[in-house]
Design a protein around this ligand. Sequence first.
Ligand SMILES: Cc1ncc(COP(=O)(O)O)c(C=O)c1O
Length: 390
Amino acid sequence: MSADLPVSRRSAVPPFLVMDVVVEARRLEAAGRDIVHLEIGEPGGGPPALARQAAVRTLDGAGGDLGYAPAMGLPDLRRRIASHYQDWYGVTVDPARIAVTSGASGGFVLAFLAAFDAGARVVVTDPSYPCYRNVMAALGIEPVRITTGPADGFQPTPAELDAVPGRIDGLILQSPANPTGTMLDDTRLAALAEWARLRGVRLIVDEIYQGITYEVPSTTVLKVEPQAVVVNSFSKFWAMTGWRVGWLVLPENMVRPVERLAQNMFISTSTISQTAAKAAMDAEAELRPRVDHYRHNRDLLKSMLHAVGLQRIAPPDGAFYLWVDVRPTGLPATTLAGRLLHDAHVAVTPGVDFDPVEGEHWIRLSFAGPTERVAIGAERLAAALAPMLR
Ligand SMILES: Cc1ncc(COP(=O)(O)O)c(C=O)c1O
């Protein structure tokens, strides 16, 4: 077949730039450099012991039985996820409304396809997780980007949404958020949910960083809006990134559409990963202390940044990121990130991934890694940044 046959226009989505930083960092490591990784949001520590043991037990006991799971997920796991909402939030969720997906990422594709037709207009905030707008664009859904700022914790307000011109079909929110770490409390969630309900706008909330919060416990939009679509995953609090298990909580009228799409697109989520994920939900005693470890890392990096004079940081109330205004350095974020990687051997993410407009003023630091490495990173950053800020 000719190499010159065209590829689709819909595949021309931007790359996830943080992955380019990772590649360059790995190249430097291969050349013998010691690089501190503050660029990726990958929790250290690996899956909890209960999850690993469940996977081993499943393998030992399964014989040839590790076949396809039902498209909506193993019934045991769906029930366990439903009881998780009862345990953490006192919210009753029917297991029938839960779809197990290949990570939150698989959940986005299913939720967007089930909720929106091609041409739909869905509000996404800047800054936010870039895959929302890129996946939407690939699916023919128009992401309508609105700018948020420090005054409202980088989260939208109903007034800002009212100011968006034209029809709106959907709104995607996240709490705690990536890259800012900011959160929406029940009052703000309720106001945004009401805004969406009154205008017939489909509300989707990415709650993947639930459980990783430092100031107040996490909440769920389901407390204030049972009709919202919730996206979640075992990748962050449960530290199971590579196992690729996430879930959706769906309003009733989206259950069967998501099931049909999942049957056709994925058949099922990895069966062994689902058995491990179910066990992980009983591992809070092992996982909670990891949040204290993230908090320690956060405080360490934050005090370094304050000391060198980078004091404009989004309130990192949850997740494991600092969103830092680097304007005082006088350098665009991409140039600064390049220098920090090559000269200080610290990998950070330039903000353009998360905000194509304002992102050159911001970098994202991830503090999910081991404290020893974060501490070395902080020292190196302080040494590299201090001369720029004099
Ligand atoms: C906000 C947000 N949503 C979704 C994802 C994707 O998660 P998953 O590994 O479950 O696909 C990430 C990954 O970093 C994220 O930060």
